[in-house]
Design a protein around this ligand. Structure first.
Ligand code: BEZ
Ligand code: FE2
Length: 407
């Protein structure tokens, strides 16, 4: 048994003062240090620095580790020029991204307090790293392929990758999962088969959706910048689906839709009504010129969302605090205290619920994943703790996963 004590603990009832947590691999009790020491006299007691806050470990629901090598290869500013450079540099980038590089990024995430991440995997290359990384990993095997001629082959390869991730489930912190690349890049027939695989095996399901204006125009009109792309690389000039057909394919199974920056209120309302959630990647959306997700619409709809980094293919770091600060800046309309609290929820309890994991919350029975943030001085007003956490933190002072201390 270990007891971790701090000035503040972030709990489902808000920030509680001068309490401690007793835990093994899971949380056993939350009470004053004296009470816990009486109850567990043999426990090791760990103190945190003054002005520390214990948070549940943070959850980054959407990251592409395979693209960790990108620094200046991909063109930022607008979605289509970016996608063109992804095609141009994909082999080099994926080829030069070795296990050491991906593990360094897992460490970067770890130091920012990320104890769980959702790895979107196009090729399965990062499975070994995800098995070795200390974090819990939801391993999203991605399905891609709009061309009916190759669809069966690509679907077969996808199934093999799902199986490979299922086979390491028992020996590591890996949860196998399914990702659909996007409405424009996946043929509806294999899309429906993959959704059924997720549903029948109760696997988390995710899909990029309405990331850019170009995607919206292509799906609505069969026109715009994506038309040239499909003519050039796929010898076709017609989209394989439309917005409603794609959305409705997920009606029967809750899905984590990434971006939705170009979704209308009505589309978001439909998604909320079907029990879906959104992965919001503010820096990625900004860097690729994709516009701003209407986070206030999600708040109005009471729709769950996570804040996620996306990959280094469209970002400059995998640090969750960098991402949260970007969200604060992007959503200037939302009052800053309310937004900071909402953002902390988006990377803890809401993210855990979305991924179906028993973490993300400091409650008895939850797994002992913690991220300790040490504030620069005493918070003068308790209602500002979330804001100071987001604005002042680069790295966590301590990090625990499954009861084990990693930082
Ligand atoms: C496709 O298979 O349609 C596709 C693959 C990569 C990017 C875009 C589309
Ligand atoms: Fe992504």
């Amino acid at each position: 048994m270990t007891i971790l004590s701090a000035d503040y603990i972030y709990t489902p009832d808000g920030f509680v003062k001068e309490q401690a947590i007793a835990f093994t691999q899971t949380i056993k009790a939350i009470d004053t240090l004296e009470t816990l020491q009486e109850k567990y006299p043999d426990a090791e007691v760990i103190f945190t620095e003054k002005n520390s806050v214990i948070y549940p470990g943070f959850i980054n629901t959407h990251v592409h580790l395979e693209f960790s090598a990108n620094k200046t290869s991909l063109k930022y500013g607008s979605f289509m020029p970016w996608l063109d450079t992804v095609i141009e540099h994909r082999e080099d980038l994926v080829g030069s991204c070795n296990n050491e590089m991906m593990m360094n990024e897992c460490n970067e995430m770890l130091h920012s307090g990320i104890t769980t991440f959702g790895a979107i995997s196009s090729f399965g290359n990062e499975l070994e790293v995800c098995e070795k990384a200390p974090q819990r990993v939801v391993f999203f095997n991605e399905l891609i392929g709009s061309n009916a001629q190759y669809a069966d082959m690509l679907y077969g390869d996808f199934l093999e990758r799902v199986k490979a991730s299922q086979s390491c489930e028992s020996s590591s912190f890996i949860t196998p999962a399914v990702a659909i690349h996007s409405p424009y890049s996946v043929h509806p027939i294999i899309l429906q088969k993959a959704v059924n695989v997720a549903k029948q095996n109760s696997l988390p399901l995710s899909a990029h959706f309405l990331e850019s204006q170009a995607e919206r125009q292509w799906l609505e009109e069969g026109e715009g910048e994506l038309k040239g792309f499909f003519e050039k690389y796929f010898n076709t000039s017609k989209p394989v689906t439309n917005i409603n057909e794609f959305m409705y394919a997920f009606n029967a199974y809750p899905t984590h839709f990434t971006h939705a920056a170009q979704a209308t209120k009505e589309e978001l309302a439909h998604l909320a009504d079907k029990g879906h959630s959104i992965a919001h990647c503010p820096r990625s959306n900004r860097y690729l010129g994709c516009g701003r997700l209407s986070i206030e619409t999600l708040h109005d709809l009471n729709m769950p969302y996570s804040v996620a980094t996306d990959g280094l293919s469209s970002n400059d770091s995998l640090n969750i605090f960098d991402e949260l600060r970007a969200a604060v800046m992007l959503h200037y309309q939302t009052p800053v205290l309310e937004l900071s609290n909402r953002l902390i929820r988006s990377v803890t309890s809401d993210a855990a619920e979305i991924l179906g994991l028993n973490c993300g919350s400091i409650e008895v029975g939850k797994v002992a994943d913690f991220a300790v943030v040490t504030l620069r001085e005493e918070p003068k007003r308790e209602e500002e703790i979330a804001l100071w956490t987001v604005l002042h933190t680069k790295v966590c002072s301590q990090v625990y996963i499954h009861g084990e201390k990693y930082v």
